[in-house]
Design a protein around this ligand. Structure first.
Ligand SMILES: [Zn+2]
Ligand SMILES: [Zn+2]
Length: 448
């Protein structure tokens, strides 16, 4: 691979003393109030709260017990660049990421043109090196133009820096094509990430098939559209001993299929989105197009199975599938609206409010799953540990805020959590040792 796996624009290295922050870093076994020193963009020292001495050249921030976590890693976002910059671009997308506490995001290749060749991928990496506020990784397409037929030059894409491959937005419909892609994956490395949907079953649907779709008279997408493809592709991957990742699981049947594949020793992993963990097809009753996404919001039983899968580790990580659309594209009748919701700016707060505060999962598990995306690409986890680059997020868990009330960092507004009262406001995000986001309301830091 040419150069580092993740790229971002250079930023000034931070010199900070975060005094008395509640550090929760499950992998490091940390859950304590500490002082954290960051010098030259690197975590250099942890000490008991109130013990580390301020330094004249470093900014002092009184944490007052606010949460400090390893910054989040999102393995699945759409930055819409190149070609659809009216929806999002590298700057606005990574700005939204940083505002949500993410220090790294992995962008999908369903852009215009599709990232299906090494020169295109290389030039987007170069743009990210100039413009991205957070670290950015790229996936290349599995098939040319996402058409599901001719494979891309996967080895060349790897050579140009692709972390892996996906046709996200579309399934790889032909089992034979997928099998060939997996044979190449074994040769050139990188994960193959799969958006699972059987077009023959999903056809014509704009929401989950169930009572609500029947009541609304909308075409439904049955959950077997996803789960049968997960089972099929897990079997093919097992046969080829290939490495696959299942994107945005949305239903109980898919969780079962992934659990079965893992039981058989398959090299599989899976992700789930905040919206599938928190919302169901009941939220579609109002025909709000922000609730229209692919895969669709499913039943309460499916939602519970996803939560159980997340707890059990069947589902490895949380991904937003941040999918920006322009306002006029979403302000149309439900059936005509494009699928997708934004999610970077609300992921942590929505999950903290909806799952951690009611005691459904604990905070440590949420942080673990929101940082685990790095594993898919065999990258090191972000950690709050001396000697590691500062990739951390400082979060206020007490203040309530209304999502979107003060606008969005993203260029798009199609967030399914927009207007909700949430707890868990990101105040500061460091990515690659530099400040990528600082909340406007964050009080000026006292000079040391
Ligand atoms: Zn998808
Ligand atoms: Zn996607």
């Amino acid at each position: 691979m040419s150069g580092p796996a993740l790229v971002q624009a250079p930023r000034p290295r931070a010199d900070l003393l975060l005094r008395d922050v509640h550090v929760v870093d499950p992998r490091a076994g940390l859950d304590a109030r500490l002082d954290v020193r960051i010098r030259g963009g690197e975590v250099t020292e942890l000490g008991a709260a109130g013990v580390l001495a301020p330094e004249p050249e470093a900014e002092l921030l009184e944490g007052r017990g606010r949460l400090l976590v390893p910054a989040f890693f999102d393995p699945h976002v759409h930055l819409r660049t190149p070609g659809q910059e009216h929806k999002e671009d590298l700057d606005s997308g990574t700005r939204a990421a940083a505002a949500g506490g993410f220090a790294a995001v992995v962008a999908m290749p369903n852009t215009a043109p599709v990232l299906d060749s090494a020169p295109l991928l290389r030039s987007l990496r170069e743009a990210a090196q100039r413009e991205a506020r957070t670290a950015v990784g790229l996936l290349g397409a599995i098939t040319m133009g996402l058409e599901g037929e001719q494979l891309t030059e996967m080895a060349e894409l790897r050579g140009a820096g692709a972390l892996g491959f996906t046709d996200d937005g579309l399934p790889v419909q032909s089992a034979g094509t997928l099998r060939k892609a997996l044979q190449y994956q074994r040769l050139c490395g990188g994960v193959v990430a799969l958006h699972e949907e059987d077009p023959a079953l999903a056809r014509g649907g704009s929401m989950h098939e169930g009572e609500v779709s029947a009541a609304l008279g909308l075409g439904g997408i049955p959950t077997v559209s996803e789960s049968t493809m997960v089972a099929r592709d897990a079997a093919i991957a097992g046969y080829e001993d290939a490495r696959v990742h299942f994107q945005h699981l949305s239903c109980a049947g898919s969780v079962e299929a992934v659990a079965d594949a893992k039981d058989r020793g398959g090299r599989v992993s899976a992700e789930v989105t905040p919206h599938h963990l928190l919302l169901t097809d009941e939220h579609v009753r109002c025909m709000d197009t922000r609730m229209k996404m692919n895969p669709p919001l499913a039943s309460e039983a499916d939602r519970q199975a996803l939560i159980d899968g997340l707890r059990a580790g069947t589902i490895d990580c949380i991904a937003t599938d941040h999918a920006p659309h322009a306002r006029d594209e979403k302000e149309v009748p439900f059936e005509q609206a494009p699928m997708g919701t934004t999610g970077l700016e609300t992921a942590f707060a929505a999950l903290y409010t909806g799952l951690v505060r009611p005691g459904v999962i604990d905070l440590g598990l949420l942080v673990a799953r929101m940082t685990a995306g790095a594993e898919l690409f065999e990258l090191e986890h972000f950690e709050v540990a001396p000697g590691r680059p500062a990739n951390v997020a400082l979060i206020d868990l007490d203040t309530e805020w209304v999502a979107g009330e003060q606008g969005w960092e993203s260029r798009a507004e199609n967030c399914c959590f927009g207007g909700r009262r949430l707890r868990g406001r990101v105040l500061l995000t460091l990515s690659g040792g530099g400040v990528a986001y600082r909340e406007r309301a964050l009080e000026p830091m006292a000079a040391a």
